[in-house]
Ligand binder design. Sequence first.
Ligand code: NAD
Length: 487
Amino acid sequence: MTVAIPTALERGIFLDGAVQPLDGETLAITNPGTGELVGRASAASAEQADAAVRSAHAALRDWSRLGYSDRGRVLHACAEAFESHVDELVPLLVAEQGKTIREAQIELHKAADTLEHYAGLAKEVRGVYVHGLDPGVDGRVLRRPLGVVAAIVPWNFPTTLLCNKLGPALLCGNTVVAKPADTTPFTTLRLAELLTDAGLPPGVLNVLTGTGPVAGEALVTHPLVRKVAFTGSTPTGERVAALAAPGSKRVTLELGGSDPLIICDDADLRAAASAASMGRFYNCGQACLATKRVFVFESVADEVIEAIGAKARRLRLGLGSDHQSQIGPVHSQRQLEILERQVNESVAGGGEVLAGGGRSDDPALSGGWFFEPTVVVEPPAHSPMAQEEVFGPALPIWRVKDLDEAIERANDTPFGLGSAIWTASLENAERAAAERDCGYTWINSPTKVYDELPFGGLKTSGVGKEHGSEAFDHYTDLKSVVVKRKL
Ligand code: NAD
């Protein structure tokens, strides 16, 4: 059974509440599973970026003057409309991103749920009142929206990563210009239409399709943009932060990671092996919070390594549009080539291939970018699989003698996004939570992200937080007001 993949789409940018006709340069969007053309979208120019920002700026006054509960009501209607159109959006997301039908469903439901989460917080936003600063003098701390927010997201989860920004940004009274990746514009454009139909006023959300160097940079450097909320790779994020410095724009960066998963000798080994496999191969390994390195205690290593290898070999690789597929294609030729180099160099350096190891040789998949689910045991410490972010279905595993070695090696990376530990010992778990340099630690739990908890990396994995009510701090400015009464 398969879903029908759309073709021949033609969509311009989303401006003032409507998708515009194609205008100027275009992007050809292809299906990563087949190489077939899905359609064309605008490669927006600096002038189109300017129009999108000005439209968002014009909408700011009315939107920011609504009460929180009014904006919450709109957001709630948006979340409901999104949720009720998930089935319509699935084929679009599968077509342009490549992921499987199930992964697309999970992503879209999660994105709608994030909007609902922030709608639900509308009546919970509080300020601060400080009594008696001096005799007859009180202080208040107000939260004010920042203004126009540029929300720039990558292609791996086009809708959840956007809604992580849209939820708090819109609730706090900002307006948003979203820029999806240049390979995944269509789901975002359709989503913007649905949210507008549900009651989001024109201009409160515009969508600028296009490339990073042209549309993205025009957005980041636009003088009317007050905040850049960026998710993507570390090198691009660092460039974006530098470009946003003039004008002292606010910046949050959600960047790359190389998350370790530590398996102790007292762990539930079956559950730990499942978590490692799910954590690595979900979304074809293209997730920031994926399990990208496993460290397992020597005494249980053979059993765990065999279990993870067997799981990788059993995964059904196939077209995203086929209901039978458990893992789809890598998103692009460029990603495939990077992954291939990382695995080849790591194996050439001495790593042992336990599963997969290269491109799929299935003739039915020859049109797309398919890489076998791969497990490599003990690649050298200086190899790409140890040192770089591996953004695809390839997992390195190393044996360690104890927790000291596991934590030391887990921390030996420029990244600090997430981490996991599997153990029956409270002491081991607490040590990992305290000593791992990262923004999230899972203890005996799959690497699931919760809207309720703040999320954001340390080191080169980012700056600032998304999710949780903590996100409000990154979409508002605080202002102190002093009131003196006559005594
Ligand atoms: P990327 O940095 O190449 O692109 C991300 C976005 O930035 C795209 O929309 C792109 O068009 C835009 N962009 C590129 N150059 C730009 C520029 N000069 N100015 C403005 N915008 C520009 O990232 P990618 O390779 O597409 O995505 C994968 C990366 O994203 C991985 O490193 C992954 O770990 C990371 N990621 C992080 C998180 C997180 O929350 N920490 C979540 C998902 C993905």
